[in-house]
Design a protein around this ligand. Structure first.
Ligand code: FMN
Length: 207
């Protein structure tokens, strides 16, 4: 039985396409695998930005942490444990100013943790520890970034893939919903295309 973790992050609430399609995938995975679903909604319950308490707390011996440091490390550990417990992770990210929403950046800042989710191996090469999991990354954007003249400015999917790979999550299936700002017809076509892609992702799944 698969454990599924859904992480959503769009600040656009019910209008969010990344949340909509990520939720569809997560619920589809749950039905097809008979698994369990945990949800981390980073927009409804935003994480704090990392600060001194976390940065100093995570290298301090537990018994020497201040209460503030202990709380910052506890939160990061909770987020890491959620990822560790998951077999399948569905991430929703809607482009804000060419990158992922800051809510999602804050999540990565907590879970990208030396000695816990990554380390340095032979020759100082980084090695991610969160291996053996599959990630479905739903990336929404107003413009088109999969090809064409704006592709070099997609600092969302390249960045997220890099961060995921850095902590060991290298098996990433990308689902884009893009080109939604060019009028209602184009938006409808983009949404229909993504809906079809989500269906085929779920259909090819072998439960
Ligand atoms: C504050 C803000 C900034 C945005 N910045 C960009 C951008 O840099 N490039 C782009 O193509 N679309 C941009 N958009 C459009 C969103 O990427 C688009 O609405 C997308 O669907 C957002 O994801 P969501 O539907 O999951 O919220 C922006 C939207 C907002 C609200």
């Amino acid at each position: 039985m698969a454990s599924i973790l859904l992480v959503t992050s769009s600040p656009r609430g019910a209008d969010s396409l990344s949340t909509r399609f990520a939720t569809e995938i997560a619920e589809g995975l749950m039905v097809r695998t008979g698994g369990t679903l945990s949800i981390r909604d980073l927009a409804a319950a935003p994480l704090p930005h990392i600060g001194q308490a976390y940065i100093q707390g995570r290298v301090a011996p537990p018994e020497e942490r201040t209460p503030e440091q202990a709380e910052a490390v506890r939160l990061a550990q909770e987020l890491v444990d959620e990822v560790k417990a998951a077999d399948l992770i569905v991430l929703g990210s809607g482009m804000i100013n060419f990158g992922p929403p800051s809510q999602l950046k804050a999540w990565f800042d907590h879970i990208t943790w030396p000695g816990v989710t990554f380390g340095y191996g032979e020759g100082g090469r980084p090695r991610g520890f969160l291996t053996g999991k599959k990630v479905y990354l739903v990336a929404a954007a107003g413009g088109v970034f999969s090809e064409g003249e704006w592709a070099p400015f997609d600092f969302q999917t390249g960045y997220l893939r890099h961060l995921l790979g850095f902590i060991g999550l290298t098996d990433v299936e990308l689902v884009r919903v893009e080109g939604t700002v060019f009028g209602p017809e184009a938006a409808r076509a983009a949404i229909d295309a993504t809906a079809g892609r989500v269906r085929s992702v779920l259909e090819t799944l072998h439960a």
